[in-house]
Design a protein around this ligand. Structure first.
Ligand code: AR6
Length: 188
């Protein structure tokens, strides 16, 4: 049986046509949900961080599906702020929604692109009829987005995006990320 790591302590009920929000400490690859979101890069061909963990846990079927996407509609790769789905392979989740977050910049405001990742992922989730979706804190690792700001954008965007998804779970990998998301939820 899959185990839900951590206890959901911070919850926001969904407004009409928006998802309820749940925060959990844990590893996104262990989530029993319809779809999990991958913080990928434009190549779609894997990487480190949560991307590496998802490909390791989901097996080669996910990479094969990503290669097919590159060979068909995404010859130049997936643009920053966009999202696309593949099979979930061996994961409990039926689908993986790959999105490409912006790299943090001191000189340019890329917030709209980060918000777009959450919005586009929910749009793709709707096309899959997904009711439960797990997100990592996109861009806040290797792409260096400050966690407090990344959490604020994530919560604000999911809170205001119309969707048929009923539950969005943010799976936070460490205490600092959890605390940042909890603060963002409390600020709502
Ligand atoms: N479950 C949940 N969250 C995780 C996990 C996990 N198993 N592993 C890491 N995190 P990152 P990015 C958290 O670096 O910043 C890859 O190479 C992590 O602590 O995975 O968007 C891609 O291919 C952090 O809070 O993604 C790209 O090249 C968050 O997930 C690049 O990294 C995001 O960290 C994308 O960088």
């Amino acid at each position: 049986m899959p185990v839900l790591e951590g206890r959901a302590r911070h919850l926001l009920a969904g407004r009409p046509n928006t998802a309820a929000i749940v925060l959990l400490r844990g590893d996104i690859t262990e989530q029993w949900v319809d779809a999990i979101v991958n913080a990928a890069n434009s190549s779609l061909l894997g990487g480190g961080g949560v991307d590496g963990a998802i490909h390791r846990a989901g097996g080669p079927e996910i990479l094969a599906a990503c290669r097919d996407l590159r060979a068909s509609h995404y010859g130049k790769g997936l643009a920053v702020g966009q999202a696309v789905a593949t099979t979930g392979g061996k994961l409990y989740a039926r689908s993986v929604i790959h999105t490409v977050g912006p790299v943090w910049s001191d000189s340019e405001d890329r917030s709209a692109l980060l918000a777009s990742c959450y919005r586009e992922s929910l749009r793709v989730a709707d096309t899959l009829d997904a009711r439960t979706v797990a997100f990592p804190a996109i861009s806040t690792g290797i792409y260096r987005w400050p966690i407090d700001d990344g959490a604020r954008i994530a919560i604000e965007t999911v809170r205001t995006t119309k969707t048929s998804v009923r539950e969005v779970r943010f799976i936070l990998f460490d205490d600092r990320a959890y605390a940042a998301f909890a603060a963002a939820v409390s600020a709502e």
